[in-house]
Design a protein around this ligand. Structure first.
Ligand code: HC0
Ligand code: SF4
Length: 556
């Protein structure tokens, strides 16, 4: 479609959702504070105003482009309007920017800088603000600009609706239900509200100090790195697209005092192997199908609180994070001749809910500290060590070897794909076909007796709810369902760098796919260190020993 932008003929995408998105694609980023391409349009901040010939000054997020439209995006009047909005927001905003978790990555701060705001014309207004640090998601309403991005992410993408607007006018605030702390709400700690918050109103608990404390304690510090961390941490370090990031991180962590660094993908191979055998047993006995994956803690909490009747469908295999933590504490410690109490396990994750998972009573003590990708980047930056000059080193053995399948856990479909790989031989799989419709990826597998087994993979808890409802009503049939709470899987986790939007998530998925392609082992079955572990300790999948180390239970 042809339109005229600031006097220039411009060809835009016919299918663009609105003028704001159409212009973004041709290199004009209209300032906005409440627009999310992933949710409904709110139109509250008024920052995205543009002048349209014959139509006056209108918000570009609610404006549909039409042939021949004439738009001005940056007139003196628009500049003044936007500047005025920013000053009004800043008048009631807590401006302790240097100590804010979002310092340097806050949209409001960026616009204040872009518009050269050095003083605010309006009187400083203080309202009663809620500060909630009851949970690992921290809410500071003195920094909230009421854009509603968190409310829409939680309700529309995740279908959790743990937070909403309350009060009116100047006293309006975003609060959890009954104004209780988030810790007592239905929040599943997915961190998507944090990912989309444009300011520091929502952040997650920063635990970096704990690492330094542990390193001073004299304990043996052992690290593990999740698949999705390696494809995103470079965004924070000015090393975009670095394909050997995991190796550089291993060496870096050793330089600062870690004694070993293992790969969570090793445990992902192990979990897939175990989970595949659990699935085989379920389909052979027709027990509690479909089997649900259980390695995403946000999804597990979602099932526990909204669909308790499906708790028995969750695979009892622990997540790779907890499985690896247990291996280190129960088996590796013995091999090293160390008391597990003297080992401190640190896991680097893209996910805020992984902090919650490690603190669940039945799993506590397996992993001592969970740090997000963002916290890892802070540690690197604080060290002053430029990772570009750090040579990559392999992960430590034996828990450092992984297959393509294990690595692909970091993005949507990875767990299901790995389980299928493991079952290729035992189920004599002869055909696999996959199709995707409305965000639901369905894989049909033809097994030995000619039977068709159906696998489904989805991301986003709203989508997961839709799938469960369809399973309940018999609209769809599935034997195994993979759910990851965040968009595109763990690569979109709440602990990943900002901006944490669809474009960034797709780019991380691409990098992870390329990294996966570099791995020489294809199936978890080929992971010979995993096979040795079975020979030496676990005997076989679902054995009593493997149950003790690798399986867990859920809250009924
Ligand atoms: Fe994931 Fe995992 S794949 S949840 O997204 O299963 O966080 O990356 O480490 O545990 O492997 C996150 C990522 C993990 C775990 C693995 C799984
Ligand atoms: Fe909602 Fe997830 Fe934020 Fe909790 S962490 S309030 S569930 S978006």
């Amino acid at each position: 479609m042809k339109i005229y932008v600031n006097g220039k003929e411009t060809i835009i995408n016919d299918n663009a959702r609105n003028v704001l998105e159409a212009l973004k694609e041709v290199g004009i980023e209209i300032p906005n504070l409440c627009y999310l391409s992933e949710t409904s349009i709110y139109g509250a901040c008024r920052m995205c105003l543009v002048e349209v010939e014959g139509n006056g000054t209108v918000t570009s997020c609610t404006l549909k482009p039409y042939e021949g439209m004439k738009i001005k995006t940056h007139t003196p009047d628009i500049y003044e309007l936007r500047r005025g909005i920013l000053e009004l927001l800043l008048a009631s905003h807590n401006r302790d920017c240097t100590t804010c978790e979002r310092n340097g990555q806050c949209k409001l701060q960026k616009y204040a800088e872009d518009f050269g705001i050095r003083n605010v014309r309006f009187e400083k207004l203080d309202k009663s603000n809620i500060f909630d640090s009851s949970s690992l998601i921290i809410r500071d309403n003195s920094k909230c600009i009421l854009c509603g991005d968190c409310v829409r992410a939680c309700e529309e993408i995740q279908s959790v609706a743990a937070i909403d607007f309350a009060y009116r006018g100047f006293e309006a605030q975003v609060v959890p239900a009954f104004e209780d702390g988030l810790a007592n709400s239905e929040c599943v700690y997915c961190g998507q509200c944090v990912a989309y918050c444009p300011t520091g109103a929502l952040t997650f608990r920063n635990d970096t100090k704990e690492l330094y404390k542990a390193m001073k304690s004299g304990k043996t510090v052992i690290g593990m790195i999740a698949p999705a961390v390696r494809s995103a941490v470079q965004e924070e370090l000015g090393l975009e697209g670095d394909m050997v990031m995991a190796g550089r991180l291993v060496n870096f962590l050793k330089m600062i005092g870690f004694s070993k660094v293992f790969d969570v993908s090793f445990a992902a191979d192990l979990v897939a192997y175990e989970e595949a055998h659990e699935f085989k047993e379920r389909i052979e006995n027709g027990y509690k199908l479909p089997q649900f994956t259980s390695c995403c803690p946000g999804w597990v909490k979602f099932v526990e609180q909204f669909y308790p009747e499906f708790i028995g469908n969750l695979s009892s295999v622990k997540s790779p994070q907890q499985a690896l933590g247990t291996l280190v504490k129960k088996i590796y410690a013995r091999e090293l001749g160390l008391d597990p109490q003297d080992i401190y396990v640190v896991s680097f994750m893209p996910c805020t809910a992984k902090k919650y998972e490690s603190e669940r009573p039945e799993l506590a003590g397996e992993v001592d500290l969970v740090l997000t990708t963002k916290e890892l980047a802070q540690i690197v930056k604080a060290s002053g060590i430029n990772l570009k000059h750090v040579q990559p080193e392999p992960f430590d053995r034996p828990y450092g070897l992984s297959s393509q399948s294990g690595l692909s856990f970091g993005k949507t479909g990875g767990v299901l794909g790995s389980v299928i790989k493991v079952l290729e031989e035992p189920l004599n799989i002869s055909e696999i076909s996959t199709e995707e419709a409305e965000g639901i990826r369905t894989t049909k597998i033809k097994v030995k007796d000619g039977r068709i087994v159906t696998g489904i993979a989805v991301f986003g808890l709203g989508k997961a709810r839709e799938v469960i409802e369809k399973i309940k009503s018999g609209k769809i049939k599935a034997d195994i369902v993979e759910v990851m709470a965040c968009d595109y899987g763990c690569i979109g986790g709440g602990g990943q760098p900002y901006p944490n939007n669809s474009a960034k998530r797709q780019e991380r998925a691409r990098i992870l796919r390329e990294t996966v392609g570099m791995d020489v082992l294809v199936s978890p079955v080929e992971n010979y260190h995993m096979q040795e572990l079975y020979k030496k300790y676990l005997i076989k999948p679902l054995s009593e020993e493997s149950h003790k180390i690798l399986h867990t239970s859920f809250k009924h």
